[in-house]
Design a protein around this ligand. Structure first.
Ligand code: NCD
Length: 309
């Protein structure tokens, strides 16, 4: 395949449908092989640097687990305070430093566009693990991989994206990837947290059917997948605004009983109160399986950008 060799992974809109399918195919192979083996040593001798200037559990640990499952090594900077960023070093200089030590970078930073700055500065691949309220492309691919596995097919998919569509980088990246598969989208949010106008306009321009609503029940009844998101408290300038919208949508057992169809429930996690733990035993509650898929997808992306697949 090799089409991602040497590439940065920065934005959900950078992929063709073929590329997304190729990543999912490699991830699926890895997933099957890992049932029999602990390590698939395709990236032996290679080093991944994880640079996380913002909190993370799943993204950093799954990148690191992915590299180790590929037989590679990991060096890690788990917080901005523990690095020279605390002394005022720019993202570009940090990236130029790290390329002396590692073969690729996975990074997360609070500022939109920061991953692109690192990618422009460094000659090794940079994988964006979240740039502020911007993008989170590796999450988007693991999300569609999860939809494919849970629903059975990505054809004629209808997805309700729910919660903080304004600041949520996971949904900003996910809609770009879903658009490649012609999915029909419901954007469900309080009016304060609507999906940015430029994203809606661009998707409509590409022929994607999108409805905006604040009614979760209605959208859920028309969908095969509900993608819940956390209200991104840390991105609010005015905490009073956060107080007004927090707890806007909650999925619980009672809500699920009220639906007429089986549905897949996803969430990039962490959750606050938008999915009640009493929904976890629902067969379509896929968010724990979704996390595990992150390892296979990140393995595929690492192997492909390093030219090992
Ligand atoms: C998300 C993120 O960091 O954007 N989490 C993740 O990567 N799995 C979602 C969030 O923080 O709400």
């Amino acid at each position: 395949m090799g089409s991602l060799k040497g590439k940065d992974i920065l934005h959900g809109n950078q992929f063709t449908k073929k590329e997304i399918e190729a990543v999912m195919k490699v991830a699926w192979e890895f997933e099957q092989q890992l049932k029999k083996k602990d390590v698939l040593p395709l990236c032996k001798g290679k080093i991944l640097a994880t640079l996380f200037f913002e909190p993370s559990t799943r993204t950093r640990l799954s990148f690191e687990a992915a590299m180790q499952r590929l037989g590679g090594g990991v060096i890690s900077m788990a917080s901005a305070d523990s690095s020279s960023a605390a002394k005022g070093e720019t993202v570009a200089d940090t990236a130029r430093t790290v390329e002396q030590y590692a073969d690729l970078i996975a990074m997360r930073h609070p500022r939109i566009g920061s991953a692109k700055e690192a990618a422009d500065a460094a000659n090794i691949p940079v994988l964006n693990g979240g740039d502020g309220a911007g993008q989170h492309p590796t999450q988007a691919i693991l999300d569609v991989y999860t939809m494919k596995k849970e629903v059975g097919s990505l054809k004629n998919l209808t997805v309700a994206l729910v919660g903080d569509l304004k600041f949520g980088r996971t949904v900003h990246a996910l809609v770009e990837v879903l658009a490649q598969f012609g999915a029909k989208l419901y954007c469900v949010s309080p009016s304060l947290l609507r999906m940015p106008e430029e994203i809606i306009t661009s998707l409509r321009g590409r022929g994607i059917e999108i409805s905006e609503t604040d009614n979760l029940k209605q959208a859920a009844r028309a969908s095969q997948v509900i993608y819940m998101t956390r209200i991104q408290k840390e991105r609010f300038q005015d905490i009073a605004e956060y107080e007004r919208v927090k707890g806007a949508y909650v999925i619980n057992q009672e809500f699920l009983k009220g639906l007429h169809q089986k549905i897949t429930i996803m969430h990039p996690l962490p959750r606050v109160d938008e999915i009640n733990p009493d929904a976890d035993s629902y067969p379509g509650a896929a968010y724990f399986r979704q996390m595990r898929n992150g390892v296979f997808i990140r393995m595929a992306l690492i192997a492909m950008v390093l030219g090992k697949r």
